[in-house]
Ligand binder design. Structure first.
Ligand code: NDP
Length: 377
């Protein structure tokens, strides 16, 4: 506490010597004492500042991971990135200043590598997840056993905070194995480390998503539920912002958050929105579930990248449910973005090169959804 008071005195002395217009008052809350008594100087000076948290982000090479690493590293935190594949992590290096993004090779079956990744950190994020089973890892290995190993390491090294990213509809009794294992994973990590913050994101959209890109792509033709599943898509950057806030707000420990978008859509409504934005009509052929599921399973075994799987077909028949007991964006003081305001930015690449359009230029045009379409030829 003494050193904290000394720091505040020193800061006030600096403030007195600077000119009135450049004075930024810093409160005592800039020095945080963590649960285990570690002092952390919370900084607000940008990517080259000294101080800040040390965060480990498992699953940083994925879609959400890049936005989380970016938000942490650009405010001067040290980010430990456990990775599996050299090429998959390269883009994360430039998110932070030199030496601020630290890469460590990790395997979910190698406990030493997991412990090595968490032991110097004061917060650990687990973003690891898979939409489909692979030949080496099934859902259970990734969502339950993997999560358990990370939580064990967090408990062993008494890391101050642990944030576990689960999924919407996570439920140990679900008919989908993905949702079932996500639900069991939540219970396992809470059991090992009760202060775990659980985050259940809705289907996320953004540049690298598997939602809008799938609907806009030419290969998306087969569905089984006539696209009638209901969901509340959420902007990936809103979720990353929520995860960033959890680092500095210790009241989020032991809580469960469901992060979903402000509007509910059926998949068919989303497809219509996408078609309007890309100025093309994509065909969607409905194949009955009893035919589609075995085909999808075969396909999933034959190829090793994300395309379809039997469980993805099962998930088409499950609407997104909101848990009324869970906290939401409102409790984090975040206003989630509207999907229809962002489709232009994310989908303009799918338009034909023969024309382009400009987004609405004024507030009035935005209200009236007026856009100017320019046809070149
Ligand atoms: P991605 O599929 O884009 O990324 C998954 C990450 O997990 C990658 O970094 C991947 O590493 C890692 N990973 C997967 N399997 C293993 C394994 N066996 N061992 C080690 N690492 C592994 O996921 P998102 O970023 O989209 O999602 C983040 C989290 O949010 C996940 O837990 C996901 O289930 C959950 N979620 C996502 C939704 C969405 O719409 N995207 C919706 C609801 C929940 P590598 O790059 O090496 O393969």
């Amino acid at each position: 506490i003494r050193s904290g008071a000394g720091l505040v005195k020193a800061l006030s002395a600096v403030q007195r010597t600077s000119s009135a217009s450049t004075v930024h008052r810093r409160g005592v809350q800039d020095v945080a004492i963590t649960r285990t008594g570690k002092p952390i100087i919370r900084i607000a000076g940008g990517r080259s500042s000294l101080g800040g948290h040390t965060a480990t982000v498992f699953g940083a090479t994925g879609f959400l991971g890049r936005y989380v690493v970016n938000r942490l590293a650009r405010q001067g935190c040290t980010v430990v990135v456990p990775f599996r594949e050299e090429m998959a992590k390269r883009h994360l290096k430039v998110a932070g200043d030199l030496g601020r993004v630290v890469f460590l090779e990790m395997d979910l079956r190698n406990i030493n590598s997991i412990e090595e990744s968490v032991r110097h950190s004061d917060i650990v994020y687990n973003l690891i997840g898979r939409d489909y089973p692979t030949k080496n890892f099934d859902f259970e290995d990734v969502h339950v056993t993997g999560a358990q190993r990370i939580a064990d390491a967090v408990a062993k090294y008494d890391v101050d905070r642990f944030v576990h990213v689960s999924s919407y509809n996570a439920d140990p009794n679900s008919s989908s194995e993905f949702f079932r294992t996500k639900g069991r994973g939540e219970a396992v990590v809470r059991d090992i480390f009760p202060e775990t913050t659980i985050v259940r994101p809705a289907p996320m959209y953004g540049f690298e998503d598997r939602l809008l890109n799938k609907l806009a792509g030419i290969t998306n033709t087969f569905t089984s539920n006539h696209m009638q599943e209901r969901l509340r898509p959420v902007h990936v950057i809103d979720v990353a912002m929520g995860l960033e806030m959890m680092m500095t707000d210790d009241t989020t420990a032991s809580e469960t958050y469901e992060l979903y978008g402000p509007q509910e859509y059926t998949m068919a409504e989303l497809a219509e929105l996408v078609d309007k934005e890309i100025i093309k009509t994509r065909r969607h052929i409905n194949v009955p579930k009893r035919i589609m599921q075995p085909l999808a399973q075969l396909y999933n075994r034959a190829i090793w990248w994300s395309k379809t799987s039997a469980d993805m077909i099962e998930r088409e028949f499950i609407d997104q449910k909101v848990d009324p007991k869970a906290k939401t964006f409102k409790d984090l003081n975040i206003e989630p973005s509207q999907l229809k305001d962002l489709t232009f930015d994310y989908l303009q690449g799918y338009r034909s090169a023969a024309f382009y359009d400009l987004p609405p230029q004024t507030e009035r045009e935005k209200r009236e959804e007026k856009k100017y379409l320019h046809v070149i030829d």
